[in-house]
Write a protein that binds this ligand. Structure first.
Ligand code: GMT
Length: 378
């Protein structure tokens, strides 16, 4: 099949899922066309089965806002025609589903029919999409998609609660390539980061408000009082600077490392003992899954789809949003005793196996096939 993938090419989870999906689909024999404004960060290798088409938005002084979705729709029309793309899979409703619908209508005028599969990732629904300024357009584009998927049952429920949806939403969870995590780094260079008796606590995100970054620092502050430990903060975003200030204020600067965005998250996870994810909301929590695949237990909130990924008392613990005391106590429980930590590490790894891409990617393939079949009959 020839599949066009539209996504955000940045470090965010939706772009990562879209890129990994495209790469795996190409290994399974499909021809993949990424159509976005920059080469996706995890897309290192282009091949005869993987193409990248850049969407350019020329600057024009009359426009206060440059019309990206217009440029994207036009690019989609051109690419579908040029490469005979059979299915468009758009990740993140705004503005991708909307732009894809416009492209579909333009192509229809020329007798070309291409179905749209839209994957909802979370913030496109819970934070941005439900805002009154966007809601009518998001509702419209979801209902006009030929198939809709969401990354958790919780996100499906949120979508149905917040929007007037007439489509059936298929739940297809985030996934990981477990083989990539079966690395046996002989040396994670752990000793560069911590003393042998210290535990390593890690947080990875885009440092936005929704991640509750001050809670990460506060939880760690309580942990390090009980268990000698270090905190690894990975990622970049608006909450990084306030977090650095808080770390300074709490007098724990020598115990915290801020890495910024990193392409070596797997190495950092390799030497980590615990992952913190105290988010206000999280449709799935890909970062938590990546941690578990590296045998790192997760202390998180129970918001959104996190309970579908992290099992309380097994792969980690779940607490109410903002309950820093409970999350700290849970973290200490895991870290304090060597045997308990070992058990949680094994459990975290076992839990991640439920989300192996070999089990999940065929679900998307089945959706493409089914959608194409229905679409061509109508
Ligand atoms: O986590 C983020 O803020 C980035 C965001 C995105 O859209 O790229 O991630 C969302 O999609 C991921 C992939 O499906 C999910 O694993 C994340 O849980 C989700 N983030 C939120 O719901 C806050």
């Amino acid at each position: 099949m020839k599949i066009g993938i539209v996504c955000y090419p940045t470090f965010g989870g939706s772009g990562v899922v879209a890129t990994e999906l495209g790469l795996e689909l190409s290994k399974r024999g499909h021809e993949i066309h990424f159509i976005t404004y920059r080469q996706p960060v995890r897309l290192e290798l282009l091949s005869e089965k993987v193409y990248f088409h850049e969407v350019n938005v020329p600057e024009y002084p009359l426009f206060h806002y440059q019309p990206y979705e217009l440029a994207l729709s036009s690019k989609l029309v051109d690419m579908v025609k040029l490469h005979k793309i059979e299915v468009l899979h758009v990740h993140y409703a705004i503005p991708h589903a909307y732009a894809a619908f416009m492209a579909q209508q333009m192509l229809k005028e020329e007798g070309i029919y291409v179905p749209i599969v839209t994957t909802l990732h979370g913030t496109d629904i819970t934070l941005v999409g439900s805002h009154p300024f966007y809601k009518p357009a998001v509702t419209f584009s979801i209902n006009k998609s030929d198939a809709v998927t969401s990354v958790s049952a919780s996100l499906k429920q949120d979508t149905e609660r917040l929007f007037n949806i007439k489509k059936d939403i298929h739940v297809v969870p985030n996934f990981i390539d477990l083989e990539k995590y079966n690395h046996e780094f002989t040396d994670c260079q752990r000793d560069m980061m911590a003393e042998p008796e210290e535990r390593i606590v890690t947080h990875v995100s885009n440092f936005r408000d929704v991640k509750n970054i001050p809670d990460v620092v506060e939880i760690f502050y309580r942990i390090q009082k009980e268990v000698p430990s270090k905190l690894m903060m990975v990622g970049e975003g608006p909450e990084r600077k306030p977090a650095e200030e808080l770390v300074e204020k709490l007098g724990i600067k020598d115990r915290v490392v801020f890495f910024g965005n990193s392409n070596e998250v797997d190495r950092i996870l390799c030497f980590s003992d615990l992952f913190l994810l105290p988010s206000q909301t999280e449709s799935f929590g890909l970062a938590a899954l990546e941690a578990m695949a590296s045998s790192v237990p997760v202390v998180s909130t129970n918001s959104g789809g996190l309970g579908e990924v992290n099992t309380d008392g097994y792969s980690g613990y779940l607490s109410d949003v903002g309950d820093v005391a409970d999350m700290s106590a849970n973290a200490i429980k895991i870290l304090k005793d060597k045997n308990t930590l070992k058990t949680f590490k094994l459990n975290a790894k076992a839990q991640s196996q439920k989300f192996d891409l070999r089990a999940i990617v065929p679900q998307y393939e089945a959706i493409y096939k089914e959608t194409l079949k229905k679409f061509l009959v109508v």
